[in-house]
Design a protein around this ligand. Structure first.
Ligand SMILES: Nc1ncnc2c1ncn2[C@@H]1O[C@H](COP(=O)(O)OP(=O)(O)OP(=O)(O)O)[C@@H](O)[C@H]1O
Ligand SMILES: [Mg+2]
Length: 251
């Protein structure tokens, strides 16, 4: 894998010179690319698929991620520009965010204010509302998949690798994701919009548990974590509660 990384560094993909590795994950590597143009310094992120055993399946999933993202348009969802293949390497070009994922930020112990955390959670909730309105279930809502720019103004939901277009609910045979955030029904191979609400609830609990405000949100968290997905409250109810907390905090 080391050689594979070195091979791409310095190469040109679609007018972008591959600069540095931003992230080296399980299934993909994310590079920063800079446009080869004297008049502009445009940066992009290039997600490159790691070639593994079942490449055909992997490519299908990767293409699906691109297609889903291409059809979404929301300020808090990462934009994709292009999907392609150079020699044996499949890639996807996206807008670049100069920042960190939310997990990295939390690990840095920056003492982020409750005010900021609530703002982030509200924006994430509204973004999930938007994708659900487009019949998309994300299936991997977690702090690692939320990018925050250095100035804290931009927030982007990323990583639609497990996302699916659904009617109401769907049976499927994949149980991937991150254990802590996976709704119980997903482990049985069923996914629906409420599965994202579960993951979102776990995230709310995790992010707010260090603040006193947490007590007020506890009844909502409790219902979001329900094993029976029908019992989980609708997103708009959760967002409304978060907004109330935000207003109280603000005054
Ligand atoms: N457009 C981007 N701009 C800047 N950084 C990005 C961008 N996309 C992804 N990253 C960084 O790369 C990380 C991994 O991205 P992503 O979740 O899309 O890949 P992944 O295939 O799920 O990785 P893994 O296999 O580790 O789960 C993000 O958490 C973020 O830190
Ligand atoms: Mg990810």
């Amino acid at each position: 894998m080391e050689q594979y990384k070195l091979k791409l560094k310095g190469q040109i993909i679609e007018n972008y010179r591959i600069e540095e590795i931003i992230w080296d994950g399980g299934t993909s590597t994310i590079y920063k690319g800079i446009q080869e143009d004297l008049n502009s310094q445009k940066s992009v992120a290039i997600k490159v698929l790691k070639p593994y055993r079942n490449l055909k399946h992997q490519v299908e999933v990767f293409k699906r991620e691109y297609k889903i993202l291409k059809n979404l348009s929301h300020p808090d969802i990462i934009k994709v520009y292009k999907f392609g293949k150079i020699e044996q390497v499949y890639f996807m070009i996206m807008e670049y965010i100069d920042g960190n994922n939310l997990r990295t930020l939390l690990n840095k112990n920056l003492e982020i204010s409750c005010f900021t955390i609530l703002r982030i959670l509200i924006r994430v909730g509204e973004t999930i509302e938007y994708i659900h309105s487009r019949r998309i279930v994300h299936n991997d809502i977690k702090p690692e998949n939320i990018l925050i720019s250095k100035n804290f103004l931009n927030l982007k939901l990323i990583d639609f690798g497990f996302a699916q277009k659904l009617r109401f609910f769907k049976r499927y045979n994949y149980t991937g994701g991150t254990d802590k955030y996976i709704a119980p029904e997903r482990k049985k191979g069923i996914s629906n919009f409420k599965s994202d609400i579960y993951s979102y609830g776990i995230m709310i609990e995790e992010l707010l548990s260090n603040y006193e405000i947490f007590e007020e949100i506890y009844p909502i968290i409790h219902s979001v974590k329900s094993e029976e997905f029908e019992k989980r409250p609708p997103l708009k109810e959760i967002i409304k509660k978060l907004k109330e907390l935000y207003e109280n905090w603000n005054n």
